[in-house]
Design a protein around this ligand. Structure first.
Ligand SMILES: Cc1cc2nc3c(=O)[nH]c(=O)nc-3n(C[C@H](O)[C@H](O)[C@H](O)COP(=O)(O)OP(=O)(O)OC[C@H]3O[C@@H](n4cnc5c(N)ncnc54)[C@H](O)[C@@H]3O)c2cc1C
Length: 312
């Protein structure tokens, strides 16, 4: 155990990242530091940077495939079971990145705030969602970001960036490719009827239960690949699941890594399964679509750590 201050510690004993990802996969890191608010995260970041140690910031680990060998870095886990949401005006909220995305969606439905209901039931934190511009039903979180507060790891300072400067695109943002750490965000909403929002929220949650694996019981990281970009301007993305289905990937399995029977774009861990098995299955699915359609599927999940080159 490394003590940073009276409230923040780095746990150097329980370092297996499988405990911190929804895939329940991933080897050890140098130590795990749980930060539940931005003051703790900034403090821990400064401590780790002063010691010139490598680090990785994660949220709920719901978009990650971490290698079996693990990573040679400290992991700062920015995650809080207690929502940190402040109303700044009638339609604007200041939300800490550690807040669970679904807690935000539930709060907004209750308050009659429209703009995040589609995210009902998506796992992960608000920070993880903004970094990867999470979305569903044709909507994405970048649409409601007014500005964000980040920790600039190059300069070691806290900065504010306009939402418009984050280059949000389908499952993309500028933050995904920078070393900046998202601390909090100012989000803007519009008015709606709370009863209607709550009814819609429940039907979205029910639909997810029907079509997706319940991540509490069935380990996965959601969609493996991004939907496929249209070939003409104004066209819509085509579901990666459709291409995988047509390419015969639905029955693919490598050890306990299996394509989810109800959704060809999701891999689940079912029994004995390593992260390497999952990566090998990803390559096999990619190869099937390449052969069938001459299309290159682009992974949506973030692959972290060292893997051996796969033999599909
Ligand atoms: C069953 C299931 C269903 C899903 N459905 C959807 C869906 O419908 N739509 C969708 O978009 N996604 C979906 N996902 C994927 C996932 O839930 C989202 O991408 C989520 O927003 C990731 O948040 P997280 O906190 O878990 O991020 P993590 O997985 O912890 O991290 C993701 C990336 O963001 C970086 N990161 C995290 N926090 C910070 C920070 N504070 N500052 C800088 N970088 C940071 C990490 O380093 C990592 O590279 C699903 C996942 C599962 C398991």
């Amino acid at each position: 155990m490394i003590k940073i201050n009276d409230q923040i510690y780095i746990d150097t004993d329980s370092t297996a990242l499988a405990a911190y990802t929804t895939f329940r996969l991933g080897g050890p890191c140098k130590g795990v530091c749980n930060c539940t608010n931005k003051e703790q995260l900034i403090y821990a970041l400064k401590f780790i940077q002063n010691n010139k140690s490598p680090f990785l910031v994660i949220g709920q680990g719901s978009n990650l495939l971490v290698s079996d060998q693990g990573i040679d870095a400290y992991v700062l886990r920015y995650f809080s079971e207690t929502p940190n949401i402040k109303a700044m005006s009638q339609f604007e909220l200041e939300v800490e990145g550690a807040t669970i995305l679904d807690h935000l969606a539930a709060y907004c439905a209750e308050q009659g705030l429209k703009g995040i209901n589609y995210a009902s039931g998506i796992p992960g934190t608000v920070a993880g969602a903004i970094v990867g511009n999470a979305g569903a039903y044709g909507q994405q979180i970048g649409d409601i970001v007014k500005y964000v507060q980040i920790f600039d790891t190059g300069l070691g300072i806290v900065k504010t960036l306009e939402g418009a400067d984050l280059n949000f695109a389908y499952r993309e943002s500028f933050l995904k490719h920078s070393n900046d750490i998202l601390l909090s965000a100012r989000l803007k909403f519009s008015a709606d009827n709370p009863i209607e929002l709550k009814t819609e929220r429940q039907s979205i949650i029910n639909e997810r239960k029907d079509k997706h694996p319940d991540w509490h019981n069935i380990p996965s990281a959601g969609s493996v690949f991004k939907n496929v970009a249209p070939t003409s301007n104004g066209g819509r993305r085509k579901s990666a699941g459709w291409f995988l289905d047509e390419a015969g990937a639905k029955n693919f399995q490598i050890n306990g890594a299996k394509v989810f029977p109800k959704h060809a774009n999701i891999i689940i861990k079912d029994g004995e399964c390593s992260a390497q098995d999952v990566l090998n299955l990803i390559k096999k699915m990619q190869e099937a679509v390449r052969q069938h359609f001459k299309i290159e599927l682009e992974p949506e999940i973030r692959v972290i750590g060292k893997f051996t080159p796969s033999q599909p």
